[in-house]
Design a protein around this ligand. Structure first.
Ligand SMILES: Nc1ncnc2c1ncn2[C@@H]1O[C@H](COP(=O)(O)OP(=O)(O)OP(=O)(O)O)[C@@H](O)[C@H]1O
Length: 705
């Protein structure tokens, strides 16, 4: 009920405040006040109404959401400035405005204003969206062009000022046309007010549009990156990806939207200024254009030198940053080697290099600014000299010369700005190419499958799998591997480091596609399963699990936020992690290696997977804890398929079936007793393990004696 009343209450409040503002302005207009210029009051009133509506929209809690967004700002502007713009337009066309000027603050005038506002909003809502081809993206583009269109108004209004300044000069020289002076000064004032209002509106719309474009591009790139295959992440460095999402999108949206819009704005300005200059004096215009290369060529050379230097400064700064980042990220190593002074010295040297370059850069900057101003000064002096001669010869009036010089000042600075923005637009195009490379990249994975059966046994078969990583396509990591993981069994995968154990897990998770062979899950090809379904059914715990800097409980519930506390506790118990989950102070990033592994196992178990992969996930646990975890798993996950990758004998002892992998090939497989009796690779592995245990025990005994 309260919600239902919010909008009518807001409307009532807005109308009351607006009517009060209109009455207030009306009272000032009728009284002999210090402001007796009706036009100024008209615009001040309009601005007051806009500001008040915006104020209520943003501060009143019950205001509709759209009033606090772009549409609301638009509505407030139309509402407040409709009359001032309309009356000023009539006045500029030399139509009668007396009735409107004195009638806008009557009740009839206010009602008329509301009716026009309602009508324009209705038309806008009904017709504008249908003119836009698709939803959001095009909508922002429309706003961007609206902003640009409004932006184009500014040159016209500001450009009138030199013209009227010239008129005033002529009046001052002649002093026989008092009316011309009054007219010129009124027009100048109005133009300035209109220009300021346009600038305000442009800036407001521009900033809103900019942040929208920026956010949507960033979101789009992020989404496109997340869709990529794992091979893509192997090839691209994290720093590179992050820099595309942040720096490149920043450069693109800032440069392309801001600089391109300004470029167009200044281009229009240059065209109109040039037109005005030709109208005043074609001879002086040709003279100015001939002098333009002076202000182009000299700054171009000095600018190139300066740019080269600033690039060197950037590189040197990046080097210093690298030293700092490397030092802080390896703080423990630095401290244990007591090399703080060495690192400080290394950083200081980098900073000294930067400082030396900074000094040269500062000198180059000063020189480049100086040459720029000198060249434009030379052009101005020559124009004045030549113009003075034209005035003496009565070819141009002195007022026209003043107007011309004022136009020329704006013209040259607009040309300079135009030239300086061009490289930014080129840079933006470069940055956007890189971004769109990501957006357009189609992930190198087969299309998502459709299988999602209600029950899954979890029977996995690798049939003659041959696989090489995309990064090293010539090296086969797995060679004709055939293995089977049965439901309800713990299968141990053992073998020397680099033999391809984790690669088997990556293939099971469908991160990569094998070049040869088939992977079947419950007799169906793995690729035919739905991606989300597959990742719900298969849980993998790796040797160095990544935990988030949140509480232990939140880490366990990660990926299954709606799990109850009971489920969370049960999973923690199975993973032997129940003794420290209640310690709320512990954050995921601050627990010991063994605790981390137990939390990760609990996080996998809470998903109730059908296939559980422990990739050396118990390596940091002591033998007793490892045994307890595996025992609990065997008890709880009776029908689950468990793949246990381990380097330790204690882990293998819990397995029903053992596969020994060597150089990407299955060297031996079978039950523990069978493999021991075979006296092959596995027996050798057991022997090595026993020797190392024996050696460790001897070391401990010797050191205690
Ligand atoms: N992303 C990758 N790109 C290219 N080569 C890789 C990639 N990951 C692993 N390799 C290579 O594949 C081979 C097998 O690696 P894998 O990680 O599967 O071995 P592993 O038996 O699990 O080793 P460990 O017991 O040390 O974990 C190694 O030679 C490794 O260098």
């Amino acid at each position: 009920m309260k919600d239902k009343m919010a909008v009518p209450l807001f409307t009532l409040l807005a109308v009351c405040v607006d009517v009060c503002a209109v009455m207030f302005i009306g009272a000032i207009q009728l009284s002999p006040s210090f402001i007796n210029n009706t036009f100024i009051l008209l615009w001040a009133g309009g601005l007051l109404r806009t500001c008040l509506l915006l104020f209520i929209s943003f501060t009143y809690p019950g205001s509709p959401a759209w009033m606090r967004g772009f549409e609301g700002v638009q509505t407030a502007i139309i509402h407040g400035l409709l009359y001032p713009v309309y009356i000023s337009f009539l006045w500029a066309c030399e139509k009668s405005t007396v009735e409107l000027v004195w009638g806008w603050h009557t009740f009839q005038g206010v009602l008329q204003g509301y009716a026009v506002l309602a009508l324009s909003l209705l038309l806008w809502k009904r017709h504008v969206p249908t003119l836009l081809p698709t939803a959001k993206k095009e909508k922002t583009e429309q706003k961007a062009s609206l902003q640009r269109l409004l932006g184009y108004m500014k040159p016209f209004s500001e450009m009138a000022i030199p013209h009227y300044t010239g008129k005033m000069t002529d009046w001052i020289m002649n002093e026989d046309e008092p009316e011309a002076f009054n007219h010129a000064i009124t027009v100048m004032t109005l133009m300035t007010v209109m220009s300021a209002v346009c600038e305000f509106v442009c800036d407001l719309i521009y900033n809103i549009t900019m942040s929208r474009i920026h956010t949507s591009i960033q979101g789009l790139v992020f989404q496109s990156v997340l869709k990529q295959d794992i091979a893509f992440f192997d090839k691209s460095s994290t720093g590179d990806i992050v820099s595309r999402i942040t720096t490149d999108t920043n450069t693109m949206s800032e440069s392309l939207s801001e600089k391109l819009s300004l470029l167009m704005w200044y281009f229009m300005r240059v065209i109109f200024l040039l037109g005005s200059m030709v109208l005043l004096s074609p001879t002086l215009t040709i003279f100015t254009i001939l002098g333009l290369p002076i202000i182009w060529i000299i700054p171009e050379f000095s600018g190139q030198f300066y740019q080269k230097l600033s690039k060197q400064v950037q590189e040197s700064l990046a080097k210093a940053n690298d030293v700092a980042t490397e030092t802080f990220s390896s703080m423990k190593t630095v401290r244990s080697f007591a090399n703080e002074d060495g690192e400080t010295e290394r950083y200081r040297k980098c900073l000294e290099d930067t400082y030396a370059l900074n000094k040269v850069e500062a000198a180059a900057y000063a020189a480049s600014t100086w040459t720029n101003s000198m060249s434009s000064l030379a052009l101005k002096v020559s124009i004045l000299y030549y113009g003075g001669r034209l005035v003496t010869g009565s070819d141009v009036s002195s007022g026209d010369l003043v107007s011309f010089v004022l136009y020329e000042l704006q013209f040259t600075s607009a040309v300079e700005v135009l030239m300086s923005y061009w490289p930014h637009v080129k840079k933006a195009v470069g940055a956007s190419e890189k971004i769109f490379e990501y957006v357009d990249r189609t992930p190198d994975t087969p299309p998502d499958g459709s299988l999602a059966p209600k029950t899954l046994k979890g029977h996995v078969q690798f049939k003659n799998i041959t696989f090489a990583y995309p990064k090293r396509p010539d090296t086969n990591v797995l060679k004709n591997v055939s293995i089977e993981l049965k439901p309800g069994q713990i299968t141990a995968l053992v073998g020397p480091s680099g033999s391809g154990k984790s690669t088997i897990v990556s293939l099971l998770e469908r991160f990569y596609q094998p070049q040869n062979g088939k992977i079947l899950l419950d007799q169906k090809p793995l690729v035919e399963y739905k991606d989300q379904y597959l990742h719900e059914k298969i849980s993998v715990v790796s040797q160095e699990p990544v935990l988030f800097a949140r509480s232990v409980r939140e880490n366990i519930k990660y990926g299954k936020e709606n799990a109850s506390d009971e489920e969370m506790r049960a999973a923690a118990k199975q993973a032997n992690a129940d003794d420290f989950i209640n310690n709320a102070g512990e954050k995921g990033g601050q627990v010991s290696g063994g605790q981390k592994q137990r939390i990760a196992i609990a996080r996998a178990l809470i998903q109730k997977p059908q296939i559980l992969v422990l990739d050396d996930a118990t390596s940091s646990l002591d033998t007793e804890s490892e045994h307890r975890v595996l025992h609990a798993l065997r008890k709880e996950l009776k029908n689950c398929t468990v793949l246990l990758i381990t380097h330790r004998l204690s882990g293998v002892e819990n397995a029903d079936h053992i596969i020994f992998l060597r150089d990407g090939e299955v060297a031996e497989e079978g039950k523990r007793e069978q493999l021991e009796a075979k006296n092959g690779f596995y027996a050798e592995f057991v022997k090595q393990q026993n020797t190392s245990i024996h050696r460790n025990t001897e070391d401990v005994t010797n050191s205690s004696q």
